[in-house]
Design a binder for this molecule. Structure first.
Ligand code: FMN
Length: 292
């Protein structure tokens, strides 16, 4: 069986989950291509995202596509990538498996959104996986949420998902059904609320990350860690090269800057919203949908 995985992972947890998926398939003698699009301009900007995806996807019987949940929704760059997928057909099966990682707070509508976007691209979501992971905004809070996830518990869930996908693919593409209705597992009120509170509404006004030039030591760490290629070095200083709206607030630059030179307005707001890391967490941490 040929499997293609596309993953966008600003802080590495979704990538870790993707690697678990890859290993589980390889142990069942499948061929896996893992395409990590994080930080790669050719998959995030411009008019050639589709052409660039075509170059890396390879022939596949099933496509796994994954990314993080931000503000209850699937991160917007992944939406762009799904919308740029080449059509299913001879080379590419229509079978897809969306997977998300989230910081345990609210997985909400993200899988549902992915199912909908995939359907628009004529792909059937035969399964969806939600995976609890370290909440990257909580690193500097009093309580870091799920610091060691994804770990063995999530790996076990991933293995089960892989077994289920193998048996679905073996029955043939035409027998497989789109199961994205099962991704509507959040309470109705929450789903309505997130229709109103889009990612842009919740994050838009905080997309104002800046560099304090008095503190910056020009080490260029922010350039190497930014998953959306925001920074560059020119005229002997590091500056932002793109419109601030492209920043996704992942806080990789903030956490990794050795000189504390990154000013990130969402860290303090996140601290309030996440009750300093002591916020109530979803009961079902990780799971496969449909549940059986
Ligand atoms: C800006 C931002 C917003 C986030 N919003 C949520 C959220 O709404 N609910 C949640 O449970 N986790 C949230 N998280 C946590 C991430 O979903 C989680 O850490 C995820 O595993 C990150 O994936 P990555 O390591 O592949 O980037 C957020 C993280 C960031 C940086």
């Amino acid at each position: 069986m040929n499997v293609s995985i596309v993953v966008f992972s600003p802080s590495g947890h979704t990538l870790k989950a993707a690697e678990m998926i890859k290993k589980a398939f390889e142990e069942k003698n499948s061929n896996v291509r893992l395409n990590d699009v994080t930080g790669k301009e050719e998959f995030l900007y411009g008019d050639c995202i589709k052409e660039n995806l075509v170059k890396v996807l390879g022939e596949h019987d099933v496509l796994f596509i994954g990314g993080p949940i931000y503000a209850g929704h699937i991160e917007k760059n992944l939406v762009k990538i799904i919308q740029s997928l080449p059509s299913a057909g001879k080379e590419y099966s229509s079978l897809a498996v969306p997977f998300v990682t989230y910081g345990g707070v609210h997985s909400s509508v993200a899988l549902e959104e992915m199912g909908r976007y995939l359907r628009k691209q004529k792909r059937k979501s035969v399964l969806g996986i939600k995976i609890a992971a370290a909440h990257t905004l909580s690193y500097t809070y009093s309580n870091t949420i799920y610091p060691d996830k994804p770990g063995p518990e999530e790996n076990e869930i991933i293995r089960k998902a892989v077994d289920r996908v193998i048996s679905i693919v073996e029955k043939g593409e035409s027998a497989a059904e789109d199961q994205s209705k099962s991704f509507k597992y959040s309470p109705a009120m929450q789903r309505i609320m997130y229709r109103i509170f889009t990612q842009d509404k919740l994050h838009g006004k905080f997309r104002n990350v800046s560099i304090n030039q008095d503190k910056c030591i020009q080490c260029k760490k922010c350039i190497s860690v930014c998953p959306v290629d925001m920074f560059h070095f020119s005229d002997e200083i590091v500056t932002m090269k793109r419109d601030k709206d492209n920043c996704i607030l992942c806080a990789e630059c903030f956490h990794k800057c050795p000189a504390n030179a990154i000013e990130h307005p969402y860290i303090e707001m996140g601290k309030k919203r996440l009750k300093d890391g002591y916020i109530h967490l979803e009961e079902k941490k990780s799971g496969i949908y449909p549940e059986v």
